[in-house]
Write a protein that binds this ligand. Sequence first.
Ligand SMILES: Cc1cc2nc3c(=O)[nH]c(=O)nc-3n(C[C@H](O)[C@H](O)[C@H](O)COP(=O)(O)O)c2cc1C
Length: 209
Amino acid sequence: MIEPVMLDSHVAATRLAGLLKDRRSSRSFTAHPVTKAHLSEILWAARGSSSETRRTVPSAHDVHAVSVSVAVSRVGNVDCGLYRYAASDHSLSMVTDEDLHPTLASACIVDEEWVKDSAAILMLSADFEKVNAEFAEQWPYGRRGERYAWLEAGHISQNVYLACAELGVGVTFVGGVDERLLPQAIGNIALLPHNHELLGLMPLGIARP
Ligand SMILES: Cc1cc2nc3c(=O)[nH]c(=O)nc-3n(C[C@H](O)[C@H](O)[C@H](O)COP(=O)(O)O)c2cc1C
């Protein structure tokens, strides 16, 4: 029997170690808004630009296939509505001023109430056709890109978790969404960017202690 190699205990004093310890999923929010500064920081961490050419998140072929939309309900100085995040100039463009919280919450497979209570909901999505075409030469041909999109969403969501841990904002990644219950459009406005499929929701807000 080969003895396991016992590893050194982790360096608890690093900032990263502190954030990793504090990271958790929160599903109970107060009625307080999150600030615009909070949302800005969270979106930058999610997939913002860290330099002229680089992003805060890794991405196969650097294509950054995953988009982030935000349904805002209670964010200081940001009107209620649905927005698309642009990393290039770190901005939000409003798509509709409708409050989408009830719609998004009702598509969650389990326990939708806390989702409705969140201050904002990040929506991660990707165009599978486009990203599959980008990696068409890699086995399994025509499906590799989709895998990379899911993996990229995982990186983004961990960045969001760590940013929220630092800011004292509560968040949970919700993969359990029945997309069949989501409308394609609100009026004549598409819920997701053109041809995108939903990868997950991240409701966030000020967590109840
Ligand atoms: C891929 C994935 C899907 C998840 N889906 C849901 C979900 O649908 N609803 C939910 O409340 N939490 C969901 N979670 C959060 C997990 O339940 C949570 O991470 C787990 O219970 C561990 O708790 P912690 O994040 O506080 O460590 C999901 C997490 C991951 C990574």
